[in-house]
Design a protein around this ligand. Structure first.
Ligand code: ATP
Ligand code: MG
Length: 422
């Protein structure tokens, strides 16, 4: 057992957690009574205590699909704890004993790596290579998890529905727990009264989603029909969609815009038009990731939903509203309008001039980006391959996910506090 000294603090549910430090010579479990008081330096000091020979400067944890996330600061630690607490709560709610929070120390220099290798070899030749076995099985289990989740093997019985996340024109989105894969999902359930033939067509059109692999696009796991409802299982984003956030500061909005443009550029490269770019289809999480969802990959699904769809969409380009042919530039319009204040949206009627951002509230670069995206004539809007070169996007294309992560964490905390759950 090691004792972690606890100085700094931030708001989180006070509950003991077990941190498992994965070291070359084995696992080190440590119980932390007040995780909300834990800070990065204390945890790093504790790791150095158990690995005095190594130069540890950071550590990593694994997300639901086994990808490693690095922690180098208090804010990243906070994001990790918040992610872990959510996972722990999910496991409890499903009657499971929470797994410890596994962290993987990381060094900057080769000494660490050599030392690590030496230990592995020594263990492999002299002893039972316990750490090696456990790390292999870990990798295997996350690979297995990915396989289960990406092979379309999710079926209705293995999904435990939890809360309703929202309701759109097409269907209802639930937070759910996939028992086999031991992970949280977002499941969109859409009632569709269609023939079995059309169901098959939709399923085959959705196939392309298995191939979508971009950090800016929501991960698709599986889809299945039960009676007249299709359930589409995707990655759950704990920050929800952008439409519920008020007044996003420009330095955050900038990073979000970069991710949106990158996500769209990726879809366009696969010849997929998004067709429904709007804040409720831009999702964020406490790790600072921004991902697009609900793009129109299945024509049949879009058509089937459209039959029950009422009303117009305020984010649609004028050429779409007036029923003309449209292409990629219609997505570009929707990017522009998504980043405008909701008030301005009300002015957006086909016959009027496109809305402009409120004077003096944002930088010139931002105003220019938005107004260019919202030029009435599609060809006058920035060409998709020029979007990344716009000064506003260039300015914020620095890969700084921490800015978004901190902002999402703060907003979620504020929301929790307002609801009286501090
Ligand atoms: P529309 O039906 O017009 O597209 P919408 O996007 O608001 O409207 P849904 O797509 O049904 O409707 O989504 C409802 C809500 O569910 C969203 O606003 C979002 O807050 C939440 N949501 C959707 N997908 C996820 C997800 N993967 N993770 C977390 N929350 C999600
Ligand atoms: Mg949506």
């Amino acid at each position: 057992m090691i004792i972690l000294s606890l100085n700094n603090h931030f708001v989180m549910d006070a509950e003991a957690i077990v941190i498992r430090i994965k070291t070359p010579s084995g696992d080190m479990d440590s119980s932390v009574d007040f995780p909300s008081l834990l800070n990065f330096n204390d945890l790093l000091a504790a790791i150095r205590d158990v690995m005095p020979e190594a130069t540890v400067t950071a550590f990593e944890y694994e997300d639901e699909v086994g990808d490693r996330i690095t922690v180098r600061s208090d804010d990243e630690l906070k994001a990790m704890l918040s992610y872990y607490c959510n996972t722990m709560n999910e496991q409890r709610m499903n009657g499971l004993l929470p797994d410890p929070l596994q962290i993987f120390p990381r060094g900057t220099d080769m000494f660490f790596f050599h030392h690590f290798l030496k230990k592995v070899l020594r263990l492999a030749f002299c002893n039972v290579p316990c750490f090696f076995i456990s790390s292999c099985s870990l990798k295997k289990s996350s690979a297995e998890l990915k396989r289960i989740l990406t092979n379309g093997q999710i079926n209705a019985q293995d999904i435990h529905y939890q809360e309703q996340l929202g309701h759109g024109n097409g269907g209802t989105v639930y937070k759910a727990y996939h028992v086999l894969g031991k992970r949280v999902l977002a499941v969109k359930v859409i009632p569709l009264d269609i023939t079995v033939e059309l169901q098959k067509q939709i399923m085959s059109e959705l196939e392309i989603l298995y191939k979508c692999d971009s950090p800016y696009i929501i991960t698709f796991f599986s889809a299945f029909f039960v009676e007249n409802r299709i359930s589409i299982c995707t990655e759950f984003m704990d920050g929800g969609s952008l439409d519920v956030y008020k007044r996003i500061p420009e330095h955050v909005l900038g990073r979000i815009a970069v991710a949106v443009v990158k996500g769209l550029t990726y879809l366009w490269s696969l010849k997929i038009l998004h067709r429904d770019v709007k804040p409720s289809n831009m999702l964020v999480n406490t790790r600072g990731q921004v991902k697009l969802c609900d793009f129109g990959v299945s024509t049949q699904l879009v058509n089937s939903i459209a039959k029950t769809y009422v009303g117009t969409n305020a984010y649609m380009a004028p050429e779409r509203i007036s029923g003309e042919q449209y292409g990629i530039h219609a997505d570009v319009w929707s990017v522009g309008i998504s980043f405008m204040e909701p008030l301005q949206l009300l002015q957006c009627i086909v016959d009027e001039d496109p809305p402009v951002p409120p004077v003096g509230q944002f930088s010139e670069k931002f105003d220019h980006f938005v107004t260019q995206c919202m030029r009435r004539h599609p060809k006058e809007r920035p060409a998709p391959n020029n979007l990344m070169d716009h000064a506003f996007i260039v300015q914020y294309n620095d890969g700084n996910a921490e800015v978004v992560s901190m902002w999402v964490c703060r907003c979620l905390e504020e929301r929790r506090a307002q609801l009286g759950h501090v």
